[in-house]
Design a protein around this ligand. Structure first.
Ligand code: PHE
Length: 347
């Protein structure tokens, strides 16, 4: 009877500390299998003295029943905890958003700047139109009063696709193209790519311009100045001033170069005791070319009602990339088109 009690205690603690279903199966064989001590005891009951058979048999059976029950319970517990840990390890939160292949990007700095410029001119009553980048020399030069021997027509400045087709060197061909299809008044801005055979820190063979054209009754240089002042203030801050200097373009008369007061030094030319390097100490930054539309240009669209005795207008052209470089302090135009994410992600 004492042996049975010792056996029971040994088996119970072994079962309680078993860590896996396989271990439990081994214990079942060891304590309850055919060759187990308990099984042997039950089998050998008949050999005991008659008065011992009852109590020993009863006690041995009770141990067997207890051990079987404990094994069953422990097996269930282990299976449950193995399942729990597998469920925890394999858990997938299906409510999380999926991973995109790469993070969403944003508009290129040139596109951002172009849109900002368009918005300003839309607010001033202009419409946005676009034109072809592959252009006839007729629109790129001839209707802009640029004579055949003009240096802008030379091979070293212009990409020719054939003797009379070029990659447009500016957005100005859209002046005549637009007036050909729309009678006055006309108020348009034309953003787009232009091409010139040029390459250094401030020139790339492709860059962006925004053309402006306003033709109506009694438009004057003062209207040009007012529009450009509004633009300068919207783009570079409400304290900006503009300055018109006389210039030359074949398709405007008079022609003016337009400067804005420097937003880096506030127009003084000095930052502390240092000359401002952005405006080179002048307090002014050139931002565009412009002027009053030359009567010879109207001559190409006279059948649409552009009579220089009745209408007048101004045109301007500015570099979108140049505006962005100024606004964000970018030192080299080529950075814009190298597609280096370390640069692009900054804007
Ligand atoms: N097309 C000129 C250029 O590219 C700029 C300009 C546009 C000048 C309109 C006057 C009027 O330099």
């Amino acid at each position: 009877m004492a042996d049975l009690q010792a056996l029971r205690e040994e088996a119970e603690s072994a079962i309680a500390s078993a860590g896996s279903a396989a271990e439990l199966e081994e214990l079942r064989v060891r304590y309850l299998g055919r060759k187990a001590e308990l099984t042997q005891t039950l089998r050998g009951i008949g050999e005991l003295a008659p008065e011992e058979r009852g109590p020993v048999g009863k006690a041995a059976n009770a141990v067997r029943v207890a051990l079987e029950a404990q094994l069953t319970q422990r097996t269930q517990e282990l299976e449950a905890s193995e399942l729990d840990s597998r469920l925890a390890a394999d858990r997938i939160d299906v409510t999380l958003p999926g991973d995109p292949p790469s993070p969403a990007g944003h508009l290129h700095i040139v596109s951002q700047t172009r849109r900002e410029m368009e918005d300003i001119f839309i607010g001033l009553g202009f419409n946005v139109v676009e034109g072809p980048e592959v252009e006839f020399d007729h629109y790129n030069f001839t209707t802009l009063n640029i004579p055949p021997n003009h240096p802008a027509r030379a091979l070293q400045d212009t990409f020719y696709l054939s003797p009379d087709v070029v990659l447009r060197t500016h957005t100005s061909p859209m002046q005549t193209r637009s007036m050909e299809v729309k009678a006055p008044p006309i108020y348009i801005v034309v953003p787009g790519r232009v091409y010139r055979r040029d390459s250094d820190a401030s020139h790339t063979p492709m860059f962006h311009q925004l053309e402006g054209l306003a033709v109506d009754e009694s438009i004057t240089l003062a209207d040009l100045r007012g529009v450009l002042l509004e633009f300068a203030r919207a783009m570079f801050g409400p304290e900006r001033e503009v300055r018109l200097r006389s210039g030359y373009f074949p398709f405007t008369e008079p022609s003016v170069e337009v400067d804005i007061s420097c937003f880096n030094c506030g127009g003084s030319g000095w930052i502390g005791s240092q000359r401002d390097s952005l405006c080179k100490g002048s307090g002014w930054i050139e931002i565009l070319g412009s002027g009053m539309v030359d009567p010879n240009v109207y001559g190409f669209v006279s059948e649409m009602g552009y009579d220089p005795e009745k209408v007048s207008g101004f045109a301007f052209g500015m570099g979108i990339d140049r505006i962005a470089m100024l606004k964000y302090g970018i030192p080299d135009l080529r950075l814009m088109f190298e597609n280096d994410l370390r640069f692009l992600e900054q804007f």
